[in-house]
Design a binder for this molecule. Structure first.
Ligand code: NAG
Ligand code: NAG
Ligand code: NAG
Ligand code: NAG
Length: 808
């Protein structure tokens, strides 16, 4: 019944195909190793496919399963990854040959990809590799980090069939409990014989398998498994996967996501279900929002243990889902499932499989046993036959709150790690670390008003076929294993936030403003009381002691950029504004009033562009408006001098673009037309500039216009004015065309005559509503580079959105 309802619900969803959620834009982006977010990376030559990660309990050692090797890394210090020891584990030439004879690729498949790496007990690790399509497992002594050898001196190996896939790209899950290995994978060469198994039992404990006579698994993709201890004899292992569902046969190949469970004390039946699970049951987990296609394909699960003192039933499984119908549009969702709800579903009714028709139906007979109950192995034949046919729970598991915790309309999230974090005011926040398909790590915090993406950090360059994420709460770092290397990312960098307002607006639970030291500080490392407002990001309240509620710029305001400039008349000026947030709207003021179109053109990337005249003198201030707060970022005080100053060798000098960094790198030292002096209050900083959109060809031209000798002064003034005007027109035209190409871009404010309304942007760029964070105010990413195919689309977007280091 419920299924019918769901099925019709899905049809309805297909038909509706409607509302997408507001775009979630990361507040800050760190691209290509931006110095604001220093990463440690491990990728020595001769090491490939470092994808399988295992972190020691103390967080000091990271074991890595890679191609033909197992590594032990020292990660005891933040920011450094050192090799401790490396174990080579190559396939024999004979096996490699066999593998390529069977039609597999010698260079990419017929090697040993170590895909299973687990602690077996306090002294040993267990590792399994694909071993040239001939999976093999082995033991590693943890202390010495060496393979365990038999008495004849040879490395002990075991058949890895059912423990590790043959194909290095195949998904799997493996977990050890009490020295036994539980796996979900495929157990044949072709990869179409899925199994959920248990191995390595002590004497008298047989290996266990799923009874597949009734098609228990349908082309499953295993993503995760988790051990949850229970009371007396109720310890369980949960498996998470997606599979095809034959129930919905009106939709071809309909995928459903599942949770399955087994009891660890299951030893199989006596006559029926010998060496087969008697406690294995499954249920559907649902992740769907109203008016959207269901997010039905599970990608990853993270098990968040309950806070200390809470019931085990408060364990939460955070899952990342995508939709099988999303097509080329990248979208995904995060849903959180409580153990309590999963247990309830498994304690309820089960559907019965009709052996003849292979169809599910509601149970009509008497209840002969309770499927999923631990201890069934000792039950009667009738009872076991009953559980054999009743293994699919009748009801579905719904996410906490009934809805996804996060929906992204433009990111395909692949992996997830979650942590609870106590904020400065003692509130608990849930922080999600999400790995995107395109190699970015997103850090999001779940707020009562919806999720907020604090930052994104670029890790790898190419989408990865196999990747893993491991969170070390103890060390405050996230590890990501990929074929491009192992990355270590600190969970936060509070010192990146430059002002109280910036620190508060970031809404990062790890960071708070120290009003005494005047720094944005790490919450867990600071004794003194920090100002923080994760929920609302209210700067006025939190920073009142720092800025004073009515403190009017520029008094003692901290600025990112403060410049006095002498400009020559009729030169074309381009003032730029350091960008601090994608969620901010930039606005320019001149002598305290919004700049008008008479004076300027404000470019869509936030730059102010104009021809210097006598009226141009004054104080220009760029403000970032975010979450209702106006924060001055940069100030230029302009004074003009007579006439054009000739200097044929000069190029346009763009002001304010990551000035600190340019100076550090000693670039752009050429003599500018514009003479400038930095005022003493100017603070040098490096920033990921949002406004580094590559200039379209032609926009640089006007600056070269004043390359004239002084002797032809009068004519040239006239000519250059004319030229400058013509070129300004050309520029506006170019910009207009450019804008048309790059629709729905960053906003323009202040200049009333700036390029026309963009029909797709929804609002006129000139009047941007100051809506909430997740609203349309954010700087919308664009793809003006047009590089690469679909796969690289996101990289291109990010790159062109201007977070590349400014040296272009
Ligand atoms: C944090 O940010 C500051 C300021 O941008 C930078 O100097 C520092 O290197 C960063 N630290 C890390 C660990 O990313
Ligand atoms: C191994 O790494 C290479 C790139 O170095 C990549 O092309 C390949 O897909 C990776 N294979 C697996 C199984 O991860
Ligand atoms: C751990 O497992 C290995 C391999 O089975 C075994 O040799 C060793 O004795 C075990 N260690 C402990 C402490 O149980
Ligand atoms: C199985 O049941 C028999 C009798 O019903 C009992 O003697 C035996 O201890 C049980 N075994 C287990 C493992 O529970």
């Amino acid at each position: 019944m419920t299924l019918r309802r769901l099925a019709s619900g899905i049809v309805l969803h297909v038909l509706l195909q409607t509302v997408t959620w507001a775009k979630l834009t990361p507040r800050t982006s760190f691209i290509n190793g931006n110095p604001g977010r220093v990463l440690a990376m491990f990728n020595p030559t001769g090491t490939w496919n470092t994808t399988t990660l295992l972190l020691s309990d103390d967080g000091n050692k990271l074991y890595v399963g890679a191609r033909d090797t197992v590594l032990s890394l020292d990660v005891s210090q933040r920011g450094v990854i050192n090799m401790r020891k490396q174990l080579k584990w190559k396939t024999t030439d004979e096996k490699a040959k066999e593998c390529s004879m069977k039609g597999k690729d010698k260079e990419t498949e017929c090697m040993n990809f170590v895909r299973v790496l687990q602690f077996l007990n306090s002294t040993h690790l267990y590792a399994c590799g694909t071993y040239a399509f001939n999976p093999l497992c082995t033991y590693i002594e943890a202390q010495t980090f060496s393979f365990v050898n038999a008495s004849n001196g040879e490395q002990i190996t075991e058949d890895g069939k059912g423990r590790c896939p043959y194909d290095p790209y195949q998904k799997l899950t493996a977990i050890t409990v009490g020295g036994e290995l539980y796996t979900g994978t495929v157990s044949d060469f072709q990869g179409n014989k899925p199994v959920i198994s248990r191995y390595l039992g002590e004497e008298g404990r047989v290996d266990m398998k799923v009874d597949d006579s009734l098609g228990w698994l349908q082309e499953p993709m295993f993503v995760s498994s988790s051990f949850i201890p229970g009371d007396r004899g109720n310890d369980k292992v949960y498996f998470f996967f997606s599979e095809l569902d034959k129930e919905y046969d009106f939709i071809k190949k309909f995928t459903v996501s599942r949770v399955a469970q087994v009891c660890t004390n299951d030893i199989g039946g006596v006559r029926i279900l010998q060496k087969r699970w008697t406690t294995l049951v499954k249920a559907q987990i649902l992740c769907l929002a109203q008016n959207e296609l269901p997010y039905n394909v599970l990608q990853d699960i993270f098990t968040l243990l309950p806070p200390e003192g809470a019931s085990r039933d408060d364990t939460v499984f955070y899952g990342v889902f995508s939709s099988q119908w999303s097509g080329n549009s990248a979208s995904s969702a995060v849903c959180a499932f409580q153990l309590r709800d999963i247990k309830k579903v498994f304690d309820g009714e089960y559907k019965q499989l009709n052996r003849d028709t292979q169809r599910w139906r509601a149970r009509d007979g008497v209840l002969l046993a309770r499927p999923g109950q631990c201890g069934l192995h000792n039950d009667t034949d009738q009872a076991l036959t009953f559980v054999k046919e009743n293994f699919l729970a009748d009801t579905n598991v719904h996410p906490m709150g009934g809805l996804p915790s996060l929906i992204s309309s433009d990111q395909r999230y692949r992996k997830i790690a979650v942590q609870r974090k106590m904020s400065a005011d003692g509130k608990q926040y849930t922080i999600l670390f999400l790995l995107t398909e395109t190699g970015f790590l997103h850090k999001a915090v779940l707020l009562s008003g919806g999720p907020h993406i604090i930052e994104e950090i670029q890790l790898f360059k190419e989408p990865q076929a196999v990747e893993n994420i491991v969170l070390s709460v103890k060390k405050g770092v996230v590890f990501v294993g990929s074929s491009e290397g192992v990355f270590q990312v600190p969970v936060s960098n509070c010192s990146f936030y430059w002002s109280c307002a910036d620190c508060i607006l970031a809404r990062d639970p790890f960071c708070g403003w120290d009003p005494v030291k005047k720094v944005c500080a790490d919450v867990s490392l600071t004794e003194s009381k920090l100002a923080q407002d994760v929920e609302k990001g209210n700067v006025e309240v939190m920073c009142s002691s720092s800025i004073g509620p009515r403190a009017r710029f520029p008094s003692q305001q901290q600025l990112l950029l403060d410049k006095q400039m002498t400009v020559s008349l009729n030169s074309v000026l381009k003032l730029s504004c350091p960008s601090i947030s994608h969620l901010a709207t930039l606005q320019w003021e001149r002598d305290g009033k919004p700049v008008s179109s008479e004076d300027c053109v404000q470019l869509q990337d936030g730059k102010l562009h104009f021809l210097a005249t006598n009226q141009s003198q004054g104080e220009y201030v760029c403000l970032a408006i975010e979450n209702g707060f106006r924060q001055p970022l940069a100030r230029y005080v302009l004074s003009a001098i007579e006439g054009p100053v000739p200097d044929p060798s000069t190029e346009d000098k763009e002001e304010g673009q990551r000035v600190g960094e340019d100076k550090e790198e000693g670039q752009r030292e050429e003599k500018p037309i514009i003479k400038q002096t930095s005022s003493p209050s100017f603070k040098e900083r490096s920033f990921p500039s949002v406004n580094k959109t590559p200039n379209p060809p032609g926009t640089e031209v006007p600056e070269k216009s004043s390359t004239n000798g002084p002797s032809y002064y009068k004519e040239l003034v006239a000519v250059s004015i004319f030229l400058a005007l013509a070129l300004t027109l050309l520029l506006v035209g170019t910009l207009y065309g450019w804008r048309q190409r790059n629709r729905g871009k960053a906003r323009v404010q202040g200049c009333q005559k700036s390029p026309k309304k963009n029909p797709e942007a929804g609002s006129t760029p000139e009047h941007v509503p100051l809506t909430q964070d997740h609203g349309p105010v954010s700087v919308v990413v664009q793809n003006s580079q047009g590089t690469g195919g679909k796969e690289h689309e996101n990289n291109a977007q990010h790159a062109s959105n201007g977070h590349l280091p400014s040296a272009t």
